[in-house]
Design a protein around this ligand. Structure first.
Ligand SMILES: C[S@@+](CC[C@H](N)C(=O)[O-])C[C@H]1O[C@@H](n2cnc3c(N)ncnc32)[C@H](O)[C@@H]1O
Length: 174
């Protein structure tokens, strides 16, 4: 549901039609990565928040993810890159927004891997696509299914950083 705000002349104006600055990162310069982040950021502006309130389950609204702010993304990047994390475990992928920052940091550090889990197959499909378009696929291992089970297969002791951004005790997964 798009909200309308009164324009200067008194006519309602759709805030989504207003230009916004491009997505910027203080740390990532790679154009392919920034273009994908920008596209995902734009998509979030069109989320129907009213519908989310009615259907908050993970299997609804598979076409939209929740983006981090540029500053939050950069903080993830910093943690991985300068914390020298080689093996990063993420719960959960959604469409891959945070995964892109983690994978870019692993790539720019010269070695490592991101292990990311997502329970909704359609989101995994889109995340794979987004990460491939960003040129980061070789740095990401995807686990499709319940993270509480799938991430158990990540070798013990391998984790140097874990990022949790999902509901661990899902009310419903259908
Ligand atoms: C807030 S979103 C993650 C956002 C993501 N980190 C990003 O930056 O776009 C939470 C995600 O957790 C997923 N999820 C919920 N329960 C899960 C579970 N038990 N295992 C794996 N994924 C789960 C949902 O489908 C949803 O995509």
């Amino acid at each position: 549901m798009a909200m309308s705000v009164p324009a200067a002349g008194g006519r309602p104006q759709d805030p989504m039609s207003e230009p916004r600055p491009p997505f910027r990162s203080a740390l990532i310069q790679d154009r392919r990565v920034l273009d994908v982040l920008d596209e995902m950021y734009e998509r979030e502006r069109h989320i129907d928040w009213g519908a989310y309130a009615h259907h908050p389950g993970p299997h609804h609204h598979t076409g939209t993810g929740f983006s981090l702010s540029p500053e939050q993304g950069d903080q993830l990047y910093l943690l991985v890159r300068y914390g020298q994390a080689r093996s990063v475990v993420e719960f959960a992928t959604s469409l891959g927004f945070s995964t892109i920052f983690l994978a870019a940091a692993v790539r720019d550090s010269g070695q490592g891997q991101v292990y990311t889990a997502e329970i909704v197959p359609e989101k995994v499909r889109q995340a794979r696509e987004n990460i491939a378009r960003a040129g980061l696929e070789e740095y990401v291992t995807f686990f499709e299914g319940d993270a509480r089970e799938s991430l158990a297969s990540v070798p013990e002791g391998a984790t140097s950083l874990s990022s949790t951004d999902g509901r661990r005790r899902s009310r419903s997964t259908s």
